[in-house]
Ligand binder design. Structure first.
Ligand code: JD8
Length: 393
């Protein structure tokens, strides 16, 4: 990738000679050139600014030096090649995000126009847009004195995504803003420092628990610090959630219908051809069975994220519709709902029973872990299996 940066303070970009970006330049992965805008002025004072049309404070950067600079850095008639992309840092730009960085990392040639004063005459951008891609980008909702700092940040965020840049490319996938979640807290030796302990889970060697803990930390941080990135309901803490379990009320019917339709999509995919009762129902059906079944609902930040129902059939507690919002599955909420609906069983119940899709491997594994055993195909629901657990009364 070729990178050209035009500025009246080219020395501001010197940090791009350091560290990993510097090594990428030495290795030839990137070809970086800095240009002083004033070399395209022709008056004794090397003037690059003038007073704003329409009046107002400050000065505006003149179009002529910029026009000549971009003509030189992006010669016209470059055939075949991907046209250059002009990046103009400005507080009025589209937000620069990891997604934009990943997009710019696909370009062959990036040109940065670093403005100063009140900004660059708009006709420079309009003229450039006639022969190259132009991206006006902002690195954040605060005001800098010029575009150089933004160009530094954008170049680093883009170049580190280039194939062959990072030592361990796979770490890229885990990063903040790549998975839409903020980083989890990190620790290194010593395990005790100034009275602060490293969380035990990280010393456990149990990679499954460590991964779940880290994911929960990322979700919690994201919901607390960046609700714009993740709905607060995603910051689920099982201990806190247990207290959110309540008996369903008729007003829950609509959300229950929506949740059950969402949750049984993957069951249908796991059980092609199977009959999915939850998908055959409409709002009236849900309102009706809410009258007949004991139903627990689980909310997080007001959002219905889980539910389960059961009713007594003879000496059995027939459990069903254990549902967890698809984006929150895999965190133990299903296990918690199962335990809660079992807890709700009348004292004269001697057996728990339920059915699930024969192809719903994850569900069957969870039920077996909870002490259920497979009874065999369900006579009433095609493609389903019955599972049971006897209570030791
Ligand atoms: C380019 C001139 C200064 C801005 C009058 C202060 C980006 N996130 C960002 N904040 N600020 C910039 C930025 C500021 C710039 C220039 C980028 C060129 N200035 C101006 C308008 C108000 N002065 C930026 N990316």
């Amino acid at each position: 990738m070729r990178i050209d940066v035009v500025s009246i303070f080219p020395e501001y970009l010197a940090p791009l000679g350091l560290s990993l970006v510097g090594k990428a330049r030495e290795s030839g992965l990137i070809d970086v050139h800095f240009h002083d805008l004033r070399q395209w002025t022709h008056d004794r004072h090397r003037t690059v600014d003038d007073t704003p049309y329409g009046g107002g404070a400050g000065m505006v950067m003149k179009p002529e030096p910029w026009g000549e600079a971009l003509d030189a850095v992006v010669p016209t008639g470059q055939t075949g090649e991907q046209p250059a992309t002009l990046v103009v840092p400005t507080p009025a730009g589209e937000p620069f995000t990891q997604a934009v960085a990943a997009d710019l990392a696909t370009r062959d040639h990036l040109v940065f126009a670093c403005g100063r004063y009140e900004g660059i005459d708009q006709r420079v951008i309009d003229d450039a847009a006639s022969r190259m891609e132009v991206r006006e980008l902002s690195i954040g909702d605060y005001v800098l004195n010029g575009g150089e700092v933004a160009a530094l940040a954008i170049v680093e965020a883009v170049v580190r995504l280039l194939p062959g840049f990072m030592g361990n490319a796979e770490s890229l996938t885990e990063e903040s803003h790549t998975a839409g979640l903020l980083e989890y807290p990190v620790y290194t030796k010593p395990d005790a420092w100034r009275g602060h302990q490293v969380p035990d889970v990280l010393l456990s060697g149990d990679h499954g628990r460590i991964a779940r803990w880290r994911h929960d930390q990322s979700v919690r941080r994201t919901a607390e610090r960046r609700p714009d990135l993740a709905h607060p309901s995603t910051a689920v803490d099982l201990d806190e959630l247990a207290g959110q379990l309540t008996l369903a009320v008729p007003a829950d019917a609509a959300e229950l219908l929506t949740l059950q339709r969402a949750c049984w999509v993957q069951e249908q995919q796991a059980n092609p051809g199977a009959e999915i009762p939850a998908h055959q129902e409409d709002l009236a059906d849900v309102q009706a069975w809410l009258q007949e079944w004991t139903t627990l609902t689980l909310r997080s930040a007001g959002r219905l994220i889980g539910a389960a129902r059961a009713h007594q059939v003879g000496e059995a507690w027939d459990i069903g519709r254990i549902m967890v919002a698809p984006d929150l599955q895999g965190r133990g909420i299903g296990r918690m709902l199962l335990a809660a609906i079992e807890q709700a069983a009348p004292d004269d119940v001697l057996e728990f029973m339920l059915f699930t899709g024969a192809g719903s491997v994850r569900n069957i594994r969870m039920y077996k872990k909870a002490g259920y055993r497979l009874l065999g195909s369900d006579p009433e629901v095609a493609g389903a299996v019955r599972m049971t657990k006897r209570l030791r009364r």
